[in-house]
Design a protein. Sequence first.
Length: 326
Amino acid sequence: MGDGRHTVVAVVLDGIAPFEFAVGCEAFGIDRSDLASPWYRFLVAAPGPGPVRTSLGFTIEAPYGLDALRRAGTVYLSAWSGADDGQEPPGALLDALRAAHARGARMMSVCSGAFLLAAAGLLDGRRATTHWMHAADLARRYPAVTVDPEVLYVDEGDVLTSAGTAAGIDLCLHVIRADHGAAVANAVARRMVVPPHRDGGQAQFIEAPVPPPCSGDAIGATMAWAQRHLGEPLGVAALARRAGFSPRHFSRTFQARIGTSPLRWLLHQRVLLARELLETTDEPVERVAQLAGFGTATSMRPHFQRQVRCSPLAYRRAFRTRLPAA
């Protein structure tokens, strides 16, 4: 195989997620030599003989075994349902991943595929990401890994990880951009009918439900009341009065109960309200800032950017819900 093509080996194993696997097939497996020549050679490998059962129950027949990783310039790891169950990956696979990396192969994972890299020790001392729903578990199980749950992907040079599902597309386009340049990556993105680059991170998608107020619980009842009055000038003193506490006692109790300060929680709730208004109304950003309790768009913008990782206008462009015609 000395034709100069860069070989991408996608590893499939029982419990593999079909969509994330298909992302790699779409990005690297389709011959796009009209855009860049030579294009990638794409191989599918499995740890053992026989069909591999996906997380949805149908099977994939892999033409190659793990020896294909000896030829890999890039190893592509899809989401894996075994991460949900705390399973240990096959030892032969971990050995093959370590050996491929030691030979200089670039390692990349999508979603919970990061657990395979972490189990092989290839994320130790590195920054990495995964789907936000799995981030805490990855950090708990592999404390040597610095898990960033708010980004779409992390490029550590020879090891790259992405967040969940569609973030795999972002990572694949990033790799194509690094290998073949922005023009080729943009052309691939057009063919895939996706943006060539998305601003922001998966913080835009993280669900952050508020703990429901308990009956008779002053903190919970105050939180529920505050959510209904976010447009008003609220502070710790106002919240403490509502709860019947002194400001100091309220702050200490709130921190112990919720795990953050009252002001940080209040800012978070205001950003959540601003997100909802940007998605579902035609209100200008200045008015959204007023309704969410920030006062002005200038005051809202840094808090929104810090939490959501993009500007209010960029968020509206990405998430605006089309209102039905009158």
